[in-house]
Design a binder for this molecule. Sequence first.
Ligand code: BTN
Length: 280
Amino acid sequence: MAALIIDAAAMNDSPASLLIDPFRLQALLGDACGRFDVDSLAECESTNTLLLSRADQGAPAGSVIVTDRQTAGRGSRGRSWLASPESSLTFSVLWRFDGGLERLSGLSLAVGIAAVHALEASGAVGVKLKWPNDILYGNAKLGGILVELQGASESALAVIGIGLNLRLPEHPVTGAAFAMPPSALDQIVAPLPERHALFAQLLIELARVFDRFSDGGFASLRQQWQARHAWQDRPVRLLRDGRVEKEGLCRGADSDGALLVQTEAGVERCLSGDLSLRIL
Ligand code: BTN
């Protein structure tokens, strides 16, 4: 069975802490419990940053860090990611995949499918995905995914970070980093799922999706992603460095996870950029 590490001192020192208890989590993981080593921390800079450095030191696949609080949480494209223990679930998972980095295209989309499955299993209806790494409810952001890759030709590792809004913060933060309004799980499921049960469900679904992705890549999951794609066939605008790069109808993702936008020139593949809905 996988080791479970707990920051016991931090638990004793902070009675109001919402720390995940790895022993309680273990009981909820079922068949997946041997696949994860869960380290539960009161605080760290960023679960992705910490797990990347543990990966450099040889941490195995299945290493997980979950934290109450990040002091320097990171979002996509260099943005920061703010979260508080009461209002969020914040964690990262290390996974290793055979083959080189090129086999990992579409991984962040695949992770989105796992997140939606876990939320649906926890009672949430209407959760959708936005390319490439947003979890949406309506047109508001319920969570985000940050996948960071390192690799050689024969194997690659991924650190997969997920931040999920459980409640809207009392004092919402606004600004350029928040291109979309936030939403929270307590707007969708009442009462909120118990924290350990929700986290266990997320890990269970991630293990399933990783297995499927290892066998067949994103192509084997694409249909599931398309079915949960928030903006299928809607008019969109793709920005790069603040400049409009493409406008057209969003046709979802191709089998490599690239965004498909139908412009006057035909269906074009886009590999990066900020996607927004175009109000007609
Ligand atoms: C985004 O939508 O911009 C991605 C947000 C990803 C946030 C998560 S929280 C856990 C993990 N650690 C980080 O520093 N970032 C990711």
